[in-house]
Write a protein that binds this ligand. Sequence first.
Ligand SMILES: [Zn+2]
Length: 303
Amino acid sequence: MFKTNKFMLSTISFIFLCSFGLISYKFCLNSIIFMPKEYKTIKKLVDQIALKNYLGDQEISFSVASGSYMEYEAEKLGISNKDNSYYLKNLNPYKKHPDLQSINLNDLSKQAYLYNSIEAYAWNQIVWLSKSSFRTIGNKKNYLAWFIAHELSHIIHNDHIEQSIKLSKKIKDLEKETMGKNNAVIKKKFKIEKDEKIDLFKKLLSRETEKFADEEGAKMIINAGFPKDTPLEALSFITKTSYLDAHTDLKSTHPGYLERYSSLKKFIENYDEKKKLKELKNYSWKWIYNRSLNTLTFIPKKI
Ligand SMILES: [Zn+2]
């Protein structure tokens, strides 16, 4: 109780000092106390996950952006092309933007908040989330914990090299099949088939990675004390709200709902968190919010 009162008192003092300009404006803007509520939610969930899981020794940034709706709508409005589609998708939703070819980007960003659904990905030590994900998830924050843990798993267990080696072996095997074929027509046919097989193999590797991230994400949140059925409920929730397919399309990077659900269910039934928690050490970390970059960064302390 004493600790809580002390924390509240220092928070109130900080807000007071910022309000009266007694601390540098920039310092106040970058304080975690004044960051948008979506970032506060991320911090709270990741704090809970990190208490019972090792998240590696590298910094991990989180960024909340406008989302893919911006990209699609901007294309229909004729203001998006290959060069600026990422710019619009990643647009900072907490900042005012000038019009782009007389289209009000701020209004478009508000529409994306309403109509975009749950959207997250991991790239280069960054977990990217659309602002609309928070609106769609609402008060089911434990679902969000699993979505975040899934993305954290992509970062912590980056398997690009291993998967790339598997792909390289597959390409060599396919090339062997075309060896000795001198007829130009047959060669061309084999080349088309080879490219299709390579593409399908890439998708297969991606689906393997996705299933692994589902499982590692489940591990993380079960270790962190969330209910064991959370990942399965969250998977059903995102399938419903994002109208995802039940069937696994072999040309897709993600498995269908039925395959994902049954493999995740099997994993959770066999997972013993008590054994895992016994091996856990004490980790510590700090957070840095950067309003201008629109990031919240998790910084682990070296052990
Ligand atoms: Zn994924």
